[in-house]
Design a protein around this ligand. Sequence first.
Ligand code: ADP
Length: 486
Amino acid sequence: MKNAELNKRLNVEAIEIPGNLAAINIDENGIITGWNRYAEKMFGFSVNEAIGKSIGIILPHELKDEKKKMIDEIRKEQINHYETVRKTKWGNKLFVAVTNSAEKDEDGKVTGLLQLANNITDKKLAEEKQAILAAIVNSSDDAIVSKTLDGIITSWNPAAIRMFGYTEKEAIGQHISIIIPPERIEEETVIINKLRSDEKMDHFETVRVAKDGTRINVSLTVSPIKNKNGDIIGASKVARDITIRKEAEKQRQLYTERLQELNQYKDEFMVMASHELKTPLTVILANLQILQLKMADNPDVSFINKSVKQVAKLSTLISNLLDVSKVQAGHLQLNPVTFDLSALIKEIKNNLQATAPGNHIIYHAPEEKLMVNADRERIDQVLTNLLGNAIKYSVKPSGIKVEAHRKEGHVVVSIEDKGIGIPENDLENIFNRFYRVKGLPGSYSGSGIGLYIASEIIKRHNGRIWVKSKLGEGSVFYFSIAAVEQ
Ligand code: ADP
């Protein structure tokens, strides 16, 4: 199309178009006959690309019927304003406000339509965003309130109505102090001061008061509101009702206290019951041992021997239970004396060797004494337990190696067996109360108390206890306590 002809057809140029309006001419068939530079800018099609094409090029697929509507308008010579959607050359959607008017030739015959389109996309999106934000505020379970820097309430959402009992009308224009309990009124000054210095207050737990005087536990988040210039002009307050949570916390506290109380009863009962059991048991054991001696030559002495063994086992179990209760109650008393740990090891080795002859306990005592200041009986208990376990968890009677030496001001003792070993996953829990490796064959009976007590005893001595073990290969238990300088 030649330029002159084009200009003629671009009759829109002849009209004074206000602002940044796109001006488009279409004929009776919906073909574009005029396209100004704002139309080029708005829709992306150049004059050459648009002229001669159907108006359909800027109509989104779902609005293609609008072409028919426009042609009808031409025929009816209507002027129409409405908001609609257009499509750019790149497929983006634009919100536009359009004004359509009929165009006539010199004889007054309608020849087409002039459509002026104003891009209102930004305004529409802002409105939409505003509507979404308003919907969020309205549907929130948290009370959302805004106020001026003087504390005058400027907005009040439905949750605020529910929480504080004031209607929007009653609250707006009032001072925020209507919901602040008198004894906390100075909080407002602190809040305002923080706001003025542009500080946000996150989850600040306090109490507010409703219209009927009910106190409400709330978690407040207060943020400054700024105008376009960045000046702080007020504050938004989000208040979450935490009464239920506070109530739950109180309940939990009560349960914890009750549990501690019951636990105390249980510990006291365990101590009492263990004591009561121990006394008759000691008498039974003593009598059995007398009988054992008296009947040494009697073939039926084996029955007594078995009974002595079982009663001794029972006695150890009760002592252990008593110790657990003592540890729990923090009553594990120590009576420290200075003694040679190496001599104690020898003593225990000989005793155990006598009772479990198949197990060979090897202990090469160092030449020097290994003096420690500790509770001899309790350390005896630790060693007996570790050696007892080494014997118990050996597949068949085998050599158990005990070593003790001085190292950096400590005496370090190790007890090594070639037994069943401990799975890696269990190692970190092995010293916990009542912990036993799962799936042990029934022949390995036990209560999971021994190592717990041993570790507590060593800890009370400010010492350290640890283990290295490999499943199927054996274990080495270690402990160390401070040495006494000789
Ligand atoms: P108990 O032997 O009465 O079960 P302990 O507290 O003495 O209780 O030991 C806890 C657990 O540690 C045992 O059940 C066992 O699984 C494991 N254990 C302890 N010593 C050894 C060892 N020397 N070899 C293998 N496993 C052991």
